[in-house]
Design a protein around this ligand. Structure first.
Ligand code: GDP
Ligand code: IMO
Ligand code: MG
Length: 422
């Protein structure tokens, strides 16, 4: 029995959705434990593309149980839309999707506040997904949030929402934004609450009963290590614990029941949104964007791109306790003559082997690179480790070694079959 936590080892969009889909074949339950619909996890099954935001990517495989855990913040309207979208594509959620009673809710005032704060920050903006994530987790921490249990209790929900709208309208007015209509929000959320009610349960009990029956659980991380509220490049982060510990607090499954941690990373680096990215490179960004790659799954924004950053991924191994690595998007580097990897940061004469916590210091960091010869051969048809070009194998072994974990999966394309177990 192996319970597996899967985390992003970089700044999100590492290809977690694809790897979750692959690993789900051997799991019984897939759980999302943090984040909200700021996440966009892409899975291809044949030619059909699916982008999951709140529903665990495991839903795409038949007879798997999927859980939205207590640590997630749920926009009920977004979730209903996602469930309906899946149904249209022939994916069933009735009877196999469960939603935690204690997950917090995202409201229109959170989204509006998210947008207003970004405007106020001007050039210092975070570049959020504007899904209301920060304000929703803010309410949770301030103990002023509404939860799924409140949504499915109609009289309590009405009283609590009325108060929240009144209070938030004052703040929105101060921002010069439009106040919200209680009637409109209430009607839409009540309808969504009625739709979601059959899915709502005590997911902590569900997961513990499943563990008693020796079921295997896969914890689907969202975002990435350097977007973690504690361990990321604060304040250019999201508002949840995206690192391995978040899987425990966000599900109610204790640390000693976790058996392994898989870290997903691209063979290069990307980041969407603002904040430092020491190994950012126009060369690789131009290459990938010209191939039509690296556009955000949630907002469609062009992702910033850079060389592989081993300073960051080594720290990710440390913070998450990564045992095994899944390296994705190897095929993105196929055409390059020379490939760089960042092995240190430098500011003047000071050298850093870790990611400095002072954001000003980090934004001044210059990458120290080592170079690898490119393989200049298409890798997308490789299905076994030995079928990869020798230079690609050397590069992958080197970046896994620099990261400090065992290379377990190499991905050479978005499809299920483009996956090599090492
Ligand atoms: P996630 O948020 O970590 O699930 O990642 P996203 O889905 O936001 O972004 C990863 C992108 O890379 C998606 O478009 C995937 O289909 C794609 N992808 C994942 N692995 C590979 C790979 O090995 N090669 C290629 N070409 N695309 C990949
Ligand atoms: P997945 O799960 C990449 C980024 C935003 C912004 C910062 C804060 O698909 O990897 P937020 O809306 O959370 O307040 O935005 O975090 N961000 C992501 N970047 N992948 C994601 O999720 C992200 N979720 C949030 O771009 O920089
Ligand atoms: Mg994504």
């Amino acid at each position: 029995m192996a319970n597996t936590i899967l985390v992003g080892a970089q700044w999100g969009d590492e290809g977690k959705g694809k790897i979750i889909d692959v690993l789900t074949e051997r799991a019984d339950i897939v759980v999302r434990t943090q984040g909200g619909n700021n996440a966009g996890h892409t899975v291809f099954i044949g030619k059909q593309k699916y982008v999951l935001h709140l529903v665990p990517s495991g839903i795409l495989r038949k007879r798997k149980t999927c859980v939205i855990g207590n640590g997630v913040v749920i926009d009920p309207l977004g979730l209903v839309e996602e469930i309906d979208g899946l149904r249209k594509l022939g994916i069933k959620t009735d009877g196999n999707l469960f939603i935690s009673e204690t997950a917090h809710l995202v409201f229109p005032y959170h989204r509006e506040m998210d947008a207003q704060r970004e405007i106020l920050k001007g050039k210092n903006k975070i570049g959020t997904t504007k899904r209301g994530i920060g304000p929703a987790y803010g309410d949770k921490a301030a103990r002023t949030g509404l939860r799924v249990v409140d949504l499915v209790n109609s009289s309590r929900f009405e009283t609590l929402l009325r108060q929240k709208i009144k209070e938030n309208n004052e703040i929105l007015k101060a921002f010069g934004a439009q106040p919200l209509s209680f009637q409109n929000v209430h009607a839409a959320y009540r309808a969504a609450g009625d739709r979601l009610k059959p899915f709502v349960t005590n997911t902590v009990v569900l997961l513990h009963e499943a563990m008693q029956q020796q079921k295997e659980i896969l914890f689907e991380g969202a975002q990435g290590t350097f977007l973690d509220i504690d361990h990321g490049t604060y304040p250019f982060v999201t508002s949840s614990n995206t690192t391995a510990g978040g899987a425990c607090t966000g599900s109610g499954v204790p640390p000693h029941r976790m058996d392994r941690v898989v870290g997903v990373m691209k063979a290069y680096t990307t980041r969407v949104g603002e904040g430092p990215l020491p190994s950012e490179s126009a060369e690789i960004a131009d290459l990938l964007h010209a191939m039509g790659r690296e556009f955000g799954a949630t907002t469609g924004r062009a992702r910033r791109c850079g060389w592989f950053d081993a300073v960051a991924t080594r720290q990710a191994t440390m913070v998450n306790g990564i045992d095994e690595l899944a390296i994705t998007n190897i095929d993105g580097l196929d055409s390059l003559e020379t490939i760089k990897a960042c092995v240190g940061y430098r500011v003047g004469t000071t050298r850093y082997d870790y990611v400095p916590n002072d954001i000003e210091a980090l934004s001044k960091c210059q990458p120290v690179y080592v170079e690898f010869p490119g393989w200049q051969t298409a890798t997308d048809k490789a299905r076994r480790w030995k079928e990869l070009p020798a230079k690609a194998r050397s590069y992958l072994k080197a970046i896994a070694e620099l990261t400090g974990a065992r290379l377990a999966i190499a991905s050479v394309g978005p499809a299920r079959e483009q996956t090599i177990f090492v």
